[in-house]
Write a protein that binds this ligand. Structure first.
Ligand code: ZN
Length: 81
């Protein structure tokens, strides 16, 4: 029986906002028209931003929050505006 192997940090949650690499320090409840309520883990910074009423979108499949310009996905075939 070997005791070697990688240690997985069990209680180190990462912020679930897209591309955010910070450690989550709190939770935030997101509301989705289709899926209803879900609880996500966010860092201090994004928690404050979400509390302030900033618009966001929660993707249940990827378990990630989109904010800011990530909310607007590029339209296929869009030819500038
Ligand atoms: Zn964050």
């Amino acid at each position: 029986m070997s005791m070697s192997g990688a240690q997985v940090p069990g209680d180190m949650l990462q912020c679930q906002v897209l591309r955010c690499q910070r450690r989550a320090t709190r939770s935030f409840v997101v509301e989705d028209e289709i899926w209803g309520l879900a609880e996500v883990a966010v860092c201090k910074h994004h928690g404050a931003v979400l509390d302030s009423g900033y618009s966001y979108s929660y993707n249940h499949e990827d378990n990630v929050i989109y904010m800011g310009r990530d909310l607007r996905s590029p339209e296929p075939g869009g030819s500038g505006a």
